[in-house]
Ligand binder design. Structure first.
Ligand code: HEC
Length: 325
């Protein structure tokens, strides 16, 4: 009824009422009266939009099952709970005793425990907050963590569990994860066997740049105070012969330069070999210097050990193959 601006409406109403009073029974006044009623009902309906439904507090939070049993060292997750009340809801969690951050809750209300949660029984309270406010569901969930039984090492895992390099390039594996309650000692065997493959006391496997071309299946023996476990073929190494694949800067040369020359020629103040172009432009000088005898004046790496012949061959082959990027 925006057409009936306030002054117009007022005039009209006065006129109507006067007419009704003057001649209540005439058909004309009845018509006016009907019109009057129409206006009144229209003005009423002008009263505005319906009120938004009021937000309601979270209620009926339910986990089914409402408890979790774990062995120490193993992470866990609850089911997704059901809940009533207005959405969206944000969740937070407290535990008794405190979990030192090892118990968390996600945006769906799933309760998560990390592997660091110490053995014990934890009562979990969840706070659900929405537009209406926060509600605490006290001791709505229980987590029982039983102490792990001591055993020989378990679950050795390298991620990734293989590596491929070109001959002449050293390699290092990722640090593995392993389950053990006490310190682990590592040893390896490989097929075919090679003294160029070693393992450190973190379980990190290294292949020296002298490793011959081939594929090596590496088995790891992990020992602790409870015993030893053999993880057969836990890691594999593939060394591609520099002789068969075309040598490229990105796949082969960059790492060699970085590892052997980088301290002076990438980060240091010497002539830069820090890109494909700068390395390519210096290839003749590089080959001359690395082929000099150990101890000869100008031999590179400067003051260091002459590169293995296989690495020198790779760099020579890079030139022979056309200095591919
Ligand atoms: C510890 C530092 C150091 C390392 C490592 C090193 N260099 Fe050098 N390099 C120098 C110094 C210092 C010079 C300048 C003196 C000279 O020419 O002998 C130089 C000069 C050179 C030159 C001559 C550059 C020019 O045009 O003047 C080449 C080529 C070279 N290095 C190649 C290499 C290569 C290839 C490696 C790795 C295999 C390497 N260097 C590792 C210190 C280093």
């Amino acid at each position: 009824m925006t057409l009936l601006s306030v002054p117009v409406k007022k005039d009209l109403l006065t006129k109507l009422l006067r007419n009704v009073m003057l001649n209540y029974s005439s058909p004309k006044s009845l018509l006016y009266f009907a019109f009057f009623l129409l206006i009144v009902s229209c003005s009423k309906s002008e009263g505005g939009d319906p009120e938004p439904a009021a937000a309601t507090l979270a209620s009926n939070l339910l986990y089914n099952p409402a408890s979790l049993q774990l062995q120490a060292g193993t992470p866990g997750t609850s089911v997704k709970p059901s809940i009533s009340g207005s959405t969206p809801v944000t969740f937070s969690v407290t535990t008794s005793p405190a979990s030192n951050g090892a118990v968390t809750i996600d945006s769906e209300g799933k309760i998560k425990t990390s592997a660091s949660l110490a053995a014990g029984t934890y009562n979990v309270s969840v706070i659900a907050t929405n537009a209406a406010g926060a509600v605490t569901f006290t001791n709505i969930y229980a987590i029982t963590v039983t102490a792990a039984t001591p055993s020989a090492p378990q679950n050795l895992l390298y991620s990734p569990n293989s590596k491929t390099v070109t001959q002449g390039t050293a390699l290092v594996s990722a640090t593995p994860t392993i389950t053990s309650l006490s310190t682990v000692n590592y040893s390896i065997t490989s097929v075919p066997s090679s003294s160029a493959i070693t393992i450190n006391n973190q379980g990190v496997i290294s292949g020296a740049n002298t490793l011959a071309a081939g594929t090596y299946m590496v088995s790891v023996t992990a020992s602790n105070t409870q015993g030893s476990t053999l993880f057969t073929n836990a890691y594999s190494i593939t060394v591609n012969s520099a002789g068969t694949n075309a040598v490229t800067y990105t796949n082969d040369i960059q790492a060699i330069i970085q590892n052997n020359c980088g301290s002076c020629h990438i980060s240091g103040s010497e002539v830069k070999f820090n890109s494909y172009t700068s390395t390519k432009n210096n290839i003749d000088g590089i080959l001359t210097r690395i082929k000099l005898a150990q101890g000869a004046s100008g031999m590179m790496p400067n003051g260091g050990t002459k590169l293995p012949q296989s690495t020198i061959n790779t760099i020579q082959k890079w030139k022979d193959d056309g200095l591919l990027q």
